[in-house]
Design a protein. Structure first.
Length: 646
């Protein structure tokens, strides 16, 4: 018997011990595809097979489920409505499978609903506009100067391309690094949930002394005091099984030294090996219920990874915006400096005619404009420096920040959309957007929490099993007492039952979880509608930016023609209308600078619109060939980093 108990204890330890596991969800944590992937894939497969569902039919699949263990959302079997308050439902024998089924059914419904509403239809127009609106930079004289390092005196230039800036931000930005710590932090919850099943070694030692008046001479062998000294030690292993049961295997050793006549002899040792197992049959029982915390933790870790991607995309979008803001700031500074030079020249020419035919009003106007344009140059220079500071702060690369270094954009704004293919449709958006993945995973986690709350609302019914092997010896001889354990055995079997006599806190939690699940479902549908609307808006903004660039280019060509015409008339001889031509030159140069600035801004706006459209479609990281990867950094602790795809 003793050997059997020892073997059982060893088997329990070996079966239940768990070492430190990975913080990223593994196959046994979340055995499923990413977010909307299975829903979209199942719908496309069903369409290829000739099955098409309306949104009403897809909605019914969310509110109903098929036979036991049936999780195929392409099946037509939705015979039974989802039970809510039945005992069989609350036992949740398949809560994990049902949560996956309902999540996939909701994803399929959201996909069909979005298509029926006509969301995400602007991408075809984007492809057309991107193909037909690619104006050259002919006539944009400032383009070369933007890339040259001679705008700021006494500073050396450092050329930085847009891809190099993005990858430098990925490598050096503390903000992106901080974002990567969040999924690592959340991932520790997987270890925490798994650790609930790690057995523990325990030991208890106590000493008790009783010294009391002897009520009878026979009680203490003639002594007037009954004295008992007892030392008890217990050690063993205890833990929790995947079924929810609690087990313990322990060895108790007791030594007694007393003058009580009830003890023969007065000094003796006892040994007892005890195996105890308590298995919940309703509340808290079952592998599904007890594995739910680990699945929820894995979902939360995956949600945190999606949040990391979302935040990283937002930061990289800001880096792109800052890069093109620097391009615009340098272009505007060049244009403003060019305009200020023309203003000073024209003011001087009008001043030379002050005593001849120059109108005092025109003279004052030319001087005021020349002064204003010089002031605008100062502000443009400050804006250019601020744009450098902002880009350097976002990238956090030391090479961008030292004094005396002028950042030179090396990339040209060409508005490329190479990653927008003919297959880029609503399906890819549903699979790629991190926000949608977060919403659908949060919905599955809500279903799991609802399932756990349903189980916890059940009555308590526990099966209690215990087996004992006992032995004893005279004197303080624990070894002899342990060897004699086969001489005595005992066992216990019983049931423990309790049920609330009314609506208790567990029922309230279950009701709250059910409402939270409904709320999360609506948030998923709201996220789908909002994000697809965002895709349409960002696509429309890109279309507008492309068309605006074409229009601004035409306006620039017209302004250049007007300026040349006025200048040619001045060069050919002014006659009696020289002052009018000088006034016209002031206005034409002002209009020309406005048109030049509008073109430079339009080019940068198109670049930002293209990046924003890539983010809306969920492919901004793909645009730069980046992926998320788990690695180790400070203190050799895990974190997530963006790295280039191989």
């Amino acid at each position: 018997m003793r050997r059997a108990f020892c073997a059982a204890a060893l088997a329990a330890v070996l079966a239940s011990c768990a070492s430190e596991g990975p913080i990223a969800p593994g196959r046994r944590d979340v055995p499923r595809d990413r977010g909307f992937s299975p829903s979209v894939g199942e719908e496309l497969d069903a369409r290829e097979a000739g099955t098409r569902l309306t949104s009403e039919e897809a909605r019914r699949r969310v509110d109903a489920f098929g036979p036991e263990d049936e999780c195929d959302v392409s099946s037509d079997d939705t015979r039974r409505d989802w039970p809510i308050d039945t005992l069989s439902y609350k036992r949740l024998r398949n809560t994990a499978e049902r949560s996956v089924y309902i999540r996939r059914a909701l994803g399929r419904y959201a996909f069909i609903e979005a298509e029926e509403r006509g969301l995400g239809v602007q991408l075809s127009r984007v492809r057309y506009v991107a193909r037909v609106t690619s104006p050259t930079t002919a006539g944009e004289w400032w383009v070369g100067g933007v890339h040259r390092g001679d705008l700021l005196a006494g500073q050396s230039g450092r050329k930085v391309s847009q891809p190099a800036t993005i990858h430098s931000a990925v490598k050096n930005s503390y903000q992106i690094a901080a974002f990567g710590d969040l999924p690592a932090i959340r991932g520790t919850a997987i270890q925490e949930a798994r650790g609930r099943f790690t057995p523990e070694f325990f030991a208890d030692v106590s000493r008790e002394r009783e010294n009391e008046w002897a009520s009878s001479p026979s009680l203490a062998a003639g002594s007037d005091r009954a004295i008992t000294d007892e030392v008890e030690a217990e050690f063993g292993v205890r833990g929790r099984a995947r079924t929810g049961g609690e087990f313990s295997v322990s060895q108790r050793l007791t030594s007694t030294d007393t003058n009580r006549t009830a003890y023969i002899p007065g000094e003796q040792s006892r040994s007892e090996t005890v195996l105890t197992y308590i298995q919940p049959l309703l509340r808290g029982g079952g592998v599904t219920y007890n594995s739910a915390p680990q699945r929820i933790a894995a979902n939360d870790a995956q949600i945190a990874q999606e949040e990391y991607l979302r935040q990283a995309e937002a930061h990289l979008l800001e880096v792109e915006r800052a890069y093109w803001n620097l391009y615009v700031a340098r272009a505007v500074y060049l244009q403003q400096r060019h305009l200020a030079g023309h203003g000073a020249q024209i003011a001087a020419q009008i001043g030379d005619r002050a005593g001849i035919d120059a109108d005092p009003i025109l003279l004052n106007r030319s001087r005021a404009l020349a002064t204003q344009w010089r002031a605008d140059t100062v502000r443009a220079k400050s804006a250019m420096e601020n744009a450098e500071f902002r880009l350097a702060a976002l990238v956090n690369d030391k090479r961008f920040g030292p004094q005396g270094v002028e950042l030179l954009p090396a990339s040209a704004p060409n508005g490329a959309l190479a990653d927008l293919t003919v297959n880029d449709t609503i399906t890819r958006i549903l699979v790629q957007r991190p926000e949608l993945q977060q919403a659908i995973l949060q919905y599955e986690a809500a279903l799991l929490r609802e399932g756990m709350a349903a189980n916890e609302a059940l009555p308590e019914l526990d099966l209690v099993l215990e087996a004992r092997a006992q032995g004893g010896a005279d004197g303080m001889d624990y070894g002899e007492a342990f060897s004699n354990q086969d001489d005595g055995e005992g066992s216990l079997i019983g049931l423990k039952f309790s049920i609330p006599l009314g609506f208790d806190e567990r029922d309230a939690r279950y009701k709250r979880r059910r409402i939270e699940t409904v709320q999360q479902e609506r948030q998923v549908l709201s996220a789908v509608a909002t994000i697809l609307l965002e895709v349409d808006v960002s696509a429309n903004e890109y279309i507008v930016a492309c068309n605006d660039l074409v229009a601004q280019r035409k306006a620039l060509l017209a302004a250049q023609a007007d300026t040349r015409a006025v200048q040619n008339r001045w060069d050919d001889g002014i006659g009696d209308n020289g002052i009018e031509l000088l006034s016209a030159r002031l206005s034409s140069y002002q209009n020309l600078q406005n048109a030049e600035q509008a073109v430079a801004t339009a080019r940068a706006t198109r670049e930002v619109a293209a990046a924003n459209l890539a983010r809306a479609r969920g492919v901004l990281l793909d645009r730069w060939g980046l992926k998320s990867e788990l690695t180790t950094e400070i203190r050799n602790e895990p974190t997530f980093k963006l790295k280039r795809k191989k």
